[in-house]
Design a protein around this ligand. Structure first.
Ligand SMILES: NC(=O)c1ccc[n+]([C@@H]2O[C@H](COP(=O)([O-])OP(=O)(O)OC[C@H]3O[C@@H](n4cnc5c(N)ncnc54)[C@H](O)[C@@H]3O)[C@@H](O)[C@H]2O)c1
Ligand SMILES: O=C(O)[C@H](O)COP(=O)(O)O
Length: 526
């Protein structure tokens, strides 16, 4: 039975799903060394934002198939290291959207009306109504930085509260912003004009310290900033200084450069600062959503099914996958075949989607072809997660082409591999029952199913040659299951494809190559 380690606190709904297919161990708050010590036992790891899944953890997790992040941000996971090791990383892109958006809005209102300080004041037996004169958000300018899922919901609710919303997001269209009733502007203008700024983008090299001393200096002295996205997008030292010097009016932070927050000047600031301990996703509803979403994906991957929200491989919706599954098998088989025919170091792989396949998303078929191509060299180490990265590292250039006009079969796939030992191509298609047919080799038309043991020859089309190969194989006690010849012109060049019941013994290939008329011979194991 598979084993899953849950190393952060996850809603029971997720644990219940995982328990259907695996032994689930919940061990939260593990020190890094302890996690590295025990991770080799596990096939899956389920986390939130607290567990740091470093390269060392991933390298120790030799049995890991999947890391599931019950939430959005995967910045606590070394995703490139996981990809290299063929581990799929999944998240729950939408499970906590509303929770995080509502937290940002709550922070904005709490900041405007000094609710946390006023609450503390009443609880300490005071009745002070003068110190907490707030400001309204109605008719104020809100600047949303990052108009994705959370930013969009914040913008929608803010507009309903009567705010004028502008947004900065270099990756969305002005049409999308318009649909949300937002003005898409440059960051500089947003910083200068906004009364409230709320951040909703990921932490990337581009966004790290995007809000630094220079950005803070552009803001109005009455402006307030909210960060419920990621710590480190705001330079905390610069923010504390700007607040102390009255350069801006307030800040509400849910996320910090280091979590848990240690010594910080922000702690000693008064009512103009509101701090929460990374609570954006902490609603009952969001925790159930993300736990179910991610547990279902872990369950599926452990059962050999694909994940719907993988961050390191293209996600495939179940209906698309159902349609593509037989073609993925075809692509993998052809990749494996052309890789063995090419031998040596492959420099480029051309993948041509033909007929009906030409209108499909090509990415999964390209990945499957590469997985097949690399399977001889990497065996079970190559999978759908790391095939593209492994190919890139080996300097294999991938060229994708389409030809909808080729209609020999409903949809067919043509692969051509060029390498240090020459160039070979194969084409394959699916029959109505989903069975694979290899329909040409090096442009010679054939029609054979793939077999575990195969022999391909390139020879001169002349009498007697087939008989000679047959008796040679017989003399080595190799039984032929089927044989087919493909040729373009009579007595020209031809290919012979033999499916064999047994693997070819050592030494036979050199004997085959001695047969007069044989130009080349290849053994293939599929
Ligand atoms: N505080 C919490 O508990 C909590 C909860 C959920 C999500 N989050 C965080 O909130 C953030 C947003 O999540 P989401 O689900 O809306 O993500 P999303 O992917 O839907 O949206 C992110 C948006 O940021 C934009 N963006 C990227 N780089 C940018 C840049 N340089 N400047 C401006 N915009 C940029 C993208 O184009 C995208 O539209 C993430 O960092 C996520 O980790 C925090
Ligand atoms: O990226 C996220 O989903 C949030 O930061 C939530 O983190 P959490 O699951 O640790 O609350």
């Amino acid at each position: 039975m598979s084993k899953v380690l849950v190393s952060d606190s996850i809603d029971q709904a997720g644990i219940d799903i995982l328990s259907q297919v695996a032994q689930v161990d919940v061990k939260t708050g593990l020190p890094a060394e302890e996690l590295i010590r025990i991770i080799p036992e596990y096939n899956a790891l389920m986390i939130r934002s607290e567990t740091r899944v470093t390269k060392a953890v991933i390298e120790a997790g030799t049995q890991l198939k999947i890391i599931g992040r019950a939430g959005v941000g995967v910045d606590n996971v070394d995703v490139p290291a996981a990809t290299r090791q063929g581990i799929v990383v999944v998240n729950s892109p939408e499970g906590n959207t509303i929770a995080a958006a509502e937290h940002a809005l709550a922070m904005m209102l709490a900041l405007s009306r000094y609710i946390p300080e006023a609450n503390l004041s009443v609880k300490s037996n005071k009745w002070d109504r003068k110190s907490y004169i707030g400001t309204e958000v109605y008719k104020k300018n809100l600047g949303v930085v990052g108009l994705g899922k959370i930013g969009s919901h914040v913008a929608t609710v803010a507009r309903a509260m009567g705010m004028k919303v502008m947004a900065f997001d270099p990756y969305i269209s002005s049409e999308r912003a318009e649909q949300l009733g937002c003005r898409l502007v440059e960051l500089d203008l947003l910083l200068r004009e906004a009364d409230y700024i709320t951040l909703h983008m990921p932490k990337t090299p581009e966004t790290t310290h995007l809000i630094n001393a220079a950005a803070l200096a552009k803001m109005k002295p009455t402006a307030r900033i909210v960060n419920c996205a990621r710590g480190g997008i705001i330079d905390e030292a610069a923010l504390a200084e700007a607040l102390q010097q009255g350069k801006i009016a307030g800040a509400a932070l849910d996320v910090f450069e280091t979590e848990p927050l240690g010594e910080s000047a922000l702690r000693s600031l008064g009512k103009q600062v509101v701090l929460t301990p990374h609570l954006g996703a902490s609603t009952a509803e969001a925790q159930v959503n993300v736990a179910i979403d991610v547990a279902e994906q872990i369950r599926d991957v452990l059962l050999g099914l694909p994940a719907r929200s993988a961050v390191n491989i293209p996600g495939l919706y179940p209906d698309v996958l159902e349609k593509l599954k037989p073609y993925l098998r075809l692509a993998e088989t052809l990749g494996n075949l052309v890789g063995q025919l090419a031998g040596g170091r492959v420099e480029s792989l051309t993948v041509r989607m033909q007929g009906e396949l030409a209108s499909n998303d090509s990415q999964p078929l390209v990945v499957a072809s590469l997985k097949g191509l690399l399977s001889q060299a990497l065996r079970e180490r190559v999978n759908y997660v790391n095939a593209a990265i492994e190919a890139k590292e080996r300097g294999i250039r991938v060229i994708e082409t389409r030809d909808a006009s080729i209609r020999d079969y409903a949809g067919s796939l043509h692969l051509q591999a060029k390498g240090s030992l020459g160039e070979h191509s194969v084409t394959g298609a699916l029959l109505g029952d989903g069975e694979i047919r290899i329909t040409d080799i090096d442009e010679f038309p054939i029609n054979v199913p793939p077999a575990q043991h195969m022999l391909f020859t390139l020879h001169r089309d002349m009498p007697g040659i087939i008989g000679k190969i047959g008796s040679l194989l017989g003399s080595f006690n190799v039984n032929i299951a089927s044989m087919q010849v493909g040729r373009k012109i009579v007595r020209g060049d031809a290919v012979m494809v033999l499916s064999l019941d047994d693997p070819l013994p050592e030494g036979i290939l050199s004997e085959i190559l001695k047969v007069p008329g044989i130009r080349d011979a290849y053994t293939v194991a599929l």
